[in-house]
Design a protein around this ligand. Structure first.
Ligand code: SF4
Length: 420
């Protein structure tokens, strides 16, 4: 019967999947082949990646309660895919540069809502320098020492470090003393200089991105890793990008996770003026999750979905295609929203748990570096995610209303559905 299920799979694809499941390292050519599969081959890829996920990290699905804080949207780098940046003269419109009081207020709100992490990133404001980045850290860390500060993309590090006149490793140590806990591996987009020349000619080069990430790891500062897809890149660009991340990880061990980020096309130049593709299809989203699981094992074992870009339902499908982490609650999100994403800005912990339970898996709240903060083994902790029959039973007599949902008198013994 299983043979019948997979009889349509291309033998070449089957060989690559077999090798990956046997622990052999995928070449970039193998990955590029898998990044083009469709139909039965795609289903086999998803199944193989799901099996690899189970072997690598088990059935738990993690999430982190965190708050994004973008401290300024003023930026002069001019990336063609960005709908977030403003110029200073847009002040009459919606350019902003948050004060330390405003940043602290947002941190206080994050703590009150159960956050273990704040993620701090901003535009490249030409009038700021390294002291501003440092002051944000000292201000937050002295007021909320319990918060993990995940901050400053390699682009921001490049800008502030060049102004500092310090050696790069000393710069990182100075930031870590001020409270920096980890670095977002953003500003990666596609790690290919020819592609970067089109996407954002003023942004840091691949060599500088790699230097910054490797130096951060060398002084004990971990980072995430990302990739932006669905615009002008080819499967070969993606395969080379993931291979570079794998090489860095083999040397440093400093990458905590890989997060593929689908391009949001609606409100930026890359699509509207330069004519890129309008973001990834659903199949591309799932292929990328699955290929990254198979290509990065055993070096990077946490593959995260971006629910902001994919939406919660496709993110659930991705959890059966190689992913094991749902990302962060965010609480506020402007970068994707201002490019046209419409999947919301806040995902409360209860909603993560419901989505994970629906998959029959166990929700785990983690910290930034994948330490377990709470494992919610017992399904009764999340009654809203139980099957309908059980919810009726749970609602019981104590929760019966005097009137039914139509406003009529309800019989005394009638069951009432729990909110779900
Ligand atoms: S992506 Fe970042 S660096 Fe590029 S324009 Fe937007 S805010 Fe500036």
């Amino acid at each position: 019967m299983l043979e019948r299920l997979f009889q349509d799979v291309n033998p070449g694809v089957a060989r690559i999947l077999d090798a990956a499941l046997d622990g052999k390292e995928l070449s970039t050519a193998d990955a590029a082949t898998l990044l083009r599969v469709r139909g039965a081959d795609l289903q086999a890829l998803q199944r193989a990646a799901d099996l690899a996920r189970k072997e690598d990290v088990g059935d738990d699905i993690s999430f982190v309660v965190c708050r994004n804080i973008n401290f300024t949207n003023i930026c002069y780098v001019g990336c063609s895919f960005c709908g977030f940046a403003r110029h200073k003269n847009d002040a009459a419109a919606d350019a902003y540069d948050r004060s330390m009081e405003e940043i602290l207020e947002k941190c206080g709100d994050a703590v009150a809502r159960g956050a273990s992490e704040v993620c701090i990133q901003g535009g490249i404001h030409p009038n700021k320098d390294h002291t501003h980045y440092h002051e944000i850290l000292t201000t937050i860390h002295s007021a909320f020492p319990q918060l993990h500060i995940h901050a400053y993309s390699p682009e921001e590090v490049d800008f502030a470090h060049r102004k500092s006149g310090m050696e790069l490793d000393d710069y990182f140590r100075w930031m870590m003393e001020a409270g920096l806990g980890s670095m977002p591996g953003t500003a990666a987009e596609i790690l290919d200089d020819e592609v970067r020349e089109i996407l954002s000619p003023r942004k840091l080069t691949v060599a500088r991105w790699e230097e910054i990430v490797r130096t951060a790891h060398s002084v004990g500062l971990p980072s995430t890793s990302t990739l932006m897809y669905g615009h002008i890149e080819t499967p070969e660009h993606i395969a080379n990008h993931i291979a570079l991340l794998r090489d860095i990880q083999k040397d440093t061990g400093g990458i905590t996770e890989f997060v593929p980020l689908g391009f949001i096309h609606e409100k930026n130049m890359l699509y509207n003026v330069l004519g890129s593709r309008p973001g990834a299809s659903m199949s591309e989203d799932l292929r990328l999750i699955a290929v990254s699981r198979l290509m990065l094992r055993p070096w990077i074992t946490n593959i995260q979905v971006s629910w902001v870009k994919m939406g919660a339902k496709l993110a659930q499908v991705a959890m059966n295609s190689g992913a094991n982490d749902f990302g962060g609650s965010l609480m506020e999100e402007s970068i994707s929203r201002e490019s046209g994403a419409d999947h919301g800005e806040n995902m409360p912990a209860e909603e993560f748990r419901r989505l994970i339970r629906e998959l029959g898996r166990v929700p785990v709240e983690r910290n930034t570096t994948y330490g377990v903060l709470a494992r919610f083994e017992d399904p009764a902790l999340d009654p809203a995610s139980l099957e309908p029959e059980r919810r009726i039973e749970l609602a019981g007599p104590a929760r019966q209303r005097d009137r039914d949902p139509m406003g009529r008198d309800a019989p005394a013994s009638a069951p009432v559905l729990a909110a779900g």
